[in-house]
Ligand binder design. Structure first.
Ligand code: SAJ
Length: 397
């Protein structure tokens, strides 16, 4: 089959390249002319291991072509962002405009698959939009929802090897989509319906958010109780049926802190736990800010000058360079607003990629207080007698 991929971001581009790598003809569509030009040169605009070589290869072979406009194809895949707008309501503008852009090109028997994280009912809604413009296609197009589950940094491997949930708007759509994913997925394919597949993506991330909220709540309780939370979790996890996650500076990234709201905003009465989890994880970041401010104030009272604070880690999670939606960045910005003097350390963003950063050793040496915000592996061997605040368990003591 010929394939059109709408959206060439963190999911769309690797997926398009993987499919093209299996020998299928793929047209990648993006609204950005810059992105299209970059890809047509065989280059990439995002940071992801192994992606550049793959894209270079399939573009050179002529199997992946990027464009700002769709073409006629057998299969359309949609992987555009779904942010949220005010009151945490999902913003389906990009999905809708992706659907609108393909409507003129649709042939009978076309298969349309949405991969973008979407609230329950989206696939059916998008079918209605298509049929309102092309009523003659009623009963003659196939539509399915199939969420991605890949972890940034390991996308190419996980795209191919993770299991997938595939839910059609009817049985024939499910079967047709299953047959399509068999071309490039080695993981197991699980058939379901569109609404279940949509909810499945949301609850995967809501469940992780809830588990992290438990750990974050526990860390605040332990702080008050004078108990080392890292040692406590380690002990509790020796129980065969207990597995508590790691507390941290808060929950960042573009998925876990967003997706639960797609459930909560639609089912507010029934989703008290999911809402609380979101609130706890957001509150944890504020709690961290307050802790640092208090420590700085105590230092100033004792030493008659403001402390120099080393902020260790800026990324949204350990061992990556992605700063988007990062709680550590929120903390640093809040401290800056307070007029505190800071040194910022991010070992994953070196080589002049960010000028305002300080080298790790220098920051440890120069600072008065060291604050660990992200558990990067580079921090694990730091030995210092200086006052520290460890919010991510990097010191484990
Ligand atoms: N975090 C903790 N403690 C933990 C684990 C994570 O505080 O024990 C924090 C991280 O530091 C980070 C945030 O949670 O700020 C999210 O990190 P993550 O590693 O849990 O997840 P993401 O956002 O990189 O990717 C998630 C994954 N979903 C699940 O694990 C259920 C991934 O499989 C999804 O594909 C991705 O969201 C997505 O695109 O939805």
């Amino acid at each position: 089959p010929t394939v059109v991929m709408i959206g060439l971001g963190y999911i769309g581009l690797p997926t398009a390249a993987l499919i093209a790598g299996k020998g299928l003809q793929v047209t990648g569509v993006d609204v950005s002319q810059d992105v299209v030009n970059t890809i047509n040169k065989g280059e990439i605009h995002i940071v992801e291991p192994d992606l550049d070589g793959l894209v270079h290869h399939v573009v050179k072979k002529g199997r992946l072509k990027a464009s700002t406009k769709p073409v006629e194809a057998d299969v359309y895949l949609i992987a555009v962002p779904t942010p949220f707008k005010e009151h945490h309501k999902p913003d389906l503008r990009f999905v809708e405009s992706a659907i609108n852009s393909i409507i003129p090109y649709l042939k009978p028997a076309a298969l349309i698959i949405i991969e973008s994280t979407s609230p329950v009912g989206t696939t059916e809604k998008m079918q209605d939009i298509i049929l309102s413009h092309r009523p003659e296609l009623k009963g003659n197009i196939f539509m399915a929802y199939c969420p991605e589950r890949v972890l940034p940094g390991n996308i190419i491997y996980e795209l191919e090897h993770n299991d997938r949930a595939i839910g059609g708007i009817n049985e024939s759509s499910t079967q047709k989509a299953m047959a399509f994913y068999k071309h490039f997925v080695k993981g197991e394919l699980h058939a379901t319906n569109a609404r279940t597949a949509e909810m499945c993506k949301l609850v995967e991330n809501a469940s992780r958010d809830g588990q992290i909220a438990f750990a974050n709540e526990l860390s605040m309780i332990c702080d008050k109780a004078g108990i080392n939370v890292w040692k406590l979790i380690n002990l509790a996890n020796k129980h065969p049926r207990v597995n508590i996650l790691q507390p941290g500076t808060g929950v960042g990234g573009h998925c876990i802190a967003v997706d639960p709201w797609f459930i909560v905003s639609e089912f507010p009465e029934e989703s008290k736990l999911m809402r609380s989890a979101r609130e706890i994880n957001n509150y944890k970041t504020q709690w961290v800010i307050e802790k640092i401010k208090n420590k700085a104030l105590a230092f100033e009272i004792e030493n008659k000058h403001k402390p120099l604070i080393a902020c260790m880690g800026l990324a949204f999670k350990p061992n990556i360079d992605d700063l988007r939606e990062s709680p550590a960045v929120t903390v640093v910005e809040a401290l800056k607003m307070e007029g505190l003097e800071l040194l910022k350390v991010e070992p994953n963003l070196q080589n002049g990629r960010a000028e305002s950063l300080t080298d790790q050793k220098e920051a440890v040496k120069k600072s008065d207080i060291i604050v660990f915000l992200v558990a990067h592996k580079e921090f694990q061997n730091i030995k210092t007698d200086k006052p520290t605040l460890d919010f991510c368990g990097v010191l484990k003591e």
